[in-house]
Design a protein around this ligand. Structure first.
Ligand SMILES: Nc1nc2c(ncn2[C@@H]2O[C@H](COP(=O)(O)OP(=O)(O)OP(=O)(O)O)[C@@H](O)[C@H]2O)c(=O)[nH]1
Ligand SMILES: [K+]
Ligand SMILES: [Mg+2]
Length: 428
């Protein structure tokens, strides 16, 4: 796919800044560079140039320019980078000069990336990874996103595609053969079966990959228990600010209070909830209790500040709170949010639990879209394996290949792509 129009945008942060990098991409890039700088420097070598307004030859800025002829560029098109002084008026003047040139216009959000995708420079997984990388706030988010951008997952999918093609070719050959004498070669069928099983094992292993949404939004830690157990006090201590109201009145917290917080490079989403009790005359509190139960259902980790025999889930962490004033023969992790006693142990335990849910060093995380498609691929492989008829096996393998195409975005629906790219900032 090629496009006629060329685009430009400020690709660095909002001015004023030390440097403002304006990128241009498309067939008009070279003429634009010539018009602004009066020359086209050697490819991929930084050089200084006085940029002039082509209309009146007045100086705009002295900038570092980088001429990047396509197709070996990030968009796959001719590109130039203008590293200008990052003042508002400088950027505005250079952008105005570019905008006045024929065939050049401002880029829409994500349009550079979209061109990279359209020209096969990035597949959909790398695009999603880039979106995550730009949004990354913690080091674990950054690491997992970078692996996606670098194409680790895409290369694995490519291996799947090749394995599927090989298996399909074997199945077709066996079918041709069986046409001739009605006796399919048992050895070939066994080889196909083994190949499918090996591929299914590799694909299935990815279904356990950590969730990119969880990595992005934070590990959901829900604090729950009876009224006045000290949930809100503990939440405030964990996030380091007075996010929730604390009082000695039972039933103080009614709504769910969600507070994101990064602890040692891991994103958590802490949720304080209304105290759970069976009977309340207060209609609002009753709604709060329903919401608390819903939060518990969605929790990755539960901190339970109640009775041990009322644990909402077997893996909930039992917390014996307010240890500074309650006699401590209680089971569970003893702590006082007031004095800080036991807090370090709780944080260490949260980190340990979170690590098990998040990608480790060198692991990638999968978005729901990716996980769903990996699941579909696995279903087709299982069906291909279980089929008694080689025709069915061949068809399931073909369906598997189309799932792989969806995974890389080769068979993506247009509105999904529009949504994804519009989430990018301008200049990316
Ligand atoms: N001494 C001491 N008091 C605490 C501690 N934690 C909470 N409290 C007190 O216990 C009372 C209840 O605390 P909250 O944090 O509001 O309890 P809660 O579980 O959120 O209560 P609800 O929102 O009403 O369900 C308040 O008066 C707190 O100051 C603690 O560790 N030590
Ligand atoms: K309270
Ligand atoms: Mg509370």
């Amino acid at each position: 796919m090629t496009r006629r129009d060329s685009i430009f945008a400020l690709s660095s942060g909002a001015p004023p800044a030390g440097i403002g990098v304006i990128r241009v991409s498309g067939p008009q890039t070279r003429p634009a560079l010539l018009a602004l700088a009066g020359r086209v420097p050697p490819a991929r070598q930084a050089s200084l140039a006085l940029l002039r307004d082509p209309q009146d030859a007045m100086p705009l800025d002295r900038a570092l320019i980088l001429w990047l002829p396509g197709p070996a560029t990030v968009t796959g098109e001719d590109m130039v980078e203008l590293h200008c002084h990052g003042g508002r008026a400088v950027i505005a003047a250079v952008e105005a000069a570019l905008g006045a040139m024929p065939g050049l216009r401002r880029a829409e959000p994500g349009e550079f990336t979209r061109r990279a995708f359209d020209h096969g420079r990035m597949d959909l997984n790398a695009v999603e990874g880039l979106s995550d990388l730009l949004a990354a706030e913690t080091q674990s988010q950054r690491r997992a996103a970078l692996l996606m951008v670098e194409g680790h997952f895409s290369r694995r999918i490519d291996q799947w595609r090749r394995a599927l093609l090989d298996l399909s070719a074997m199945a077709e050959a066996a079918l041709d053969f069986s046409d001739e004498d009605d006796v399919p070669d048992a050895a070939i069928e066994a080889r196909i079966g083994d190949g499918i099983a090996a591929l299914a094992a590799d694909v299935g292993a990815l279904l356990d990959a950590p969730s990119a949404e969880r990595l992005r939004d934070g590990v959901r830690v829900v604090l729950a228990g009876p009224p006045n157990a000290g949930k809100s006090t503990l939440l405030n201590a964990l996030v380091g600010r007075e996010a929730a109201i604390v009082s000695d009145i039972a039933g103080t917290t009614r709504d769910r209070i969600e507070v994101p917080a990064a602890i040692d490079g891991v994103a958590f989403l802490f949720t304080d909830t209304a105290g759970l009790r069976e009977e309340t005359g207060d209609a609002i509190e009753a709604i709060g209790i329903d919401r608390a139960r819903a939060a518990l259902d969605a929790a990755d980790i539960i901190l339970w500040l109640g009775e041990p025999d009322a644990l909402p889930r077997a893996d909930a962490i039992l917390v014996a709170a307010q240890s500074d004033r309650v006699a401590d023969d209680r089971p569970g992790l003893s702590l006082s949010a007031r004095t800080g006693e036991g807090m370090a142990a709780l944080v260490a335990l949260l980190q340990q639990r979170a690590r098990a849910l998040l990608p480790g060093e060198g692991d990638y995380a999968l978005h729901r879209r990716q996980r769903d498609l990996v699941g579909q691929l696995l279903d087709h492989l299982h069906a291909a394996r279980a089929a008694r008829d080689l025709l069915v096996t061949a068809e399931e393998l073909r369906l598997g290949r189309s799932v792989v195409d969806s995974l890389t975005g080769q068979a993506g629906t247009e509105d999904m792509l529009d949504r994804l790219f519009s989430g990018f900032c301008i200049g990316k």
